[in-house]
Design a protein around this ligand. Structure first.
Ligand code: GUN
Length: 283
């Protein structure tokens, strides 16, 4: 079997085209969705991510601001900025790019963002709403994965989903969203014994460990769906956590890196910002 490749890039482009039209309609109603992205410090990867977020928001006609703060910004100054953005009626989505420098508590920052503007879906209130199966802002990468599966007509109900990785950004929330859609979910992580014995049982295998080449074709059950969430730079080249060539020989569907999950993350951020604006303005 050679797997069908699921390109998030194409799907993301289609969805963004729909969003562009929706934003035009919102403008006619006097609603101008606006995203503010805050970045602290000079990390080149983070800078490139936030530029991508800002470019994408402008392309769909969304208002956006990028606030770049120096590495030595105090926690209090950042909290004050968030407080101002919370109170600013023209701002609908607030995103503070993670990780923040060590002298700033990421949890404090996440909790300072008004949950109604938390387009990352990281605030404990929104995490709790997701856990209890209520509507809320879902974290962008997990949400993008769910939309990719849905659009590829992959039904998750009753399937065994195995997730490698347990980060708050991806591993944990994607497991929760799959559980909410009635999948049977197993979480693997760095302390899991005999990783392969678990991944081999997966109907849907989601790899978000941040370790290039961790999963190969030998880890994959015949006909499984493989979603590679890894973003690693190896010799200057972007690669995932899955050895694409060997896994493609065994899987029924597989996402590439790049052009796979990545473009969906930004797309769901735009989706969440539009949703925030619609909620705030009750349209
Ligand atoms: N850093 C890496 N991914 C993300 C994300 O989705 N949101 C934020 N805020 N920071 C990130």
């Amino acid at each position: 079997m050679v797997a069908e490749v699921i390109y998030g890039k194409q799907l993301a482009e289609n969805l963004r085209e729909e969003m562009k039209q929706e934003i035009t309609t919102l403008h006619e109603k006097g609603v101008h969705p606006k995203l503010v992205v805050v970045i602290i410090g000079e990390d080149p990867a983070s800078k490139s991510y936030v530029k991508g977020k800002q470019r994408a928001s402008e392309k769909v006609g969304m208002d956006s601001d990028l606030i770049e703060l120096p590495e030595d910004t105090s926690e209090q100054d950042l909290l004050d900025l968030i407080s101002r953005l919370n109170q600013d009626d023209t701002v609908h989505g607030i995103l503070v790019q993670l990780p923040v420098p060590d002298h700033i508590s990421d949890q404090k920052i996440i909790e300072a963002i008004d949950p109604s503007k938390d387009v990352d879906g990281f605030h404990p209130e929104n995490v709790g709403r997701m856990l209890t199966g209520q509507d809320t802002f879902f974290p962008c990468t997990p949400y993008g994965i769910m939309v990719m599966l849905e659009r590829a007509a992959i039904d998750v109900e009753g399937k065994h989903a195995v997730i490698v990785g347990r980060s708050n950004l991806v591993g944990k929330p994607v497991g929760q969203l799959l559980l909410n859609k009635n999948a049977t979910v197993t979480h693997c992580h760095s302390r899991t014994k005999d990783l392969k014995s678990h991944t081999k049982q997966a109907d849907i295998l989601i790899v978000a460990a941040g370790r290039p080449g961790l999963v190969t074709g030998e880890h994959v059950k015949e006909g499984a769906v493989v979603i590679d969430v890894g973003v690693n730079r190896v010799d200057g080249k972007l690669t995932g956590d899955v050895d694409f060539e060997s896994a493609q020989e065994v899987a029924s569907h597989i996402t590439p890196v790049p052009k796979g999950v990545g473009p969906m993350t930004i797309t769901m951020l735009l989706h969440n910002t539009i949703k925030a604006a619609k909620r705030i303005h009750r349209v």
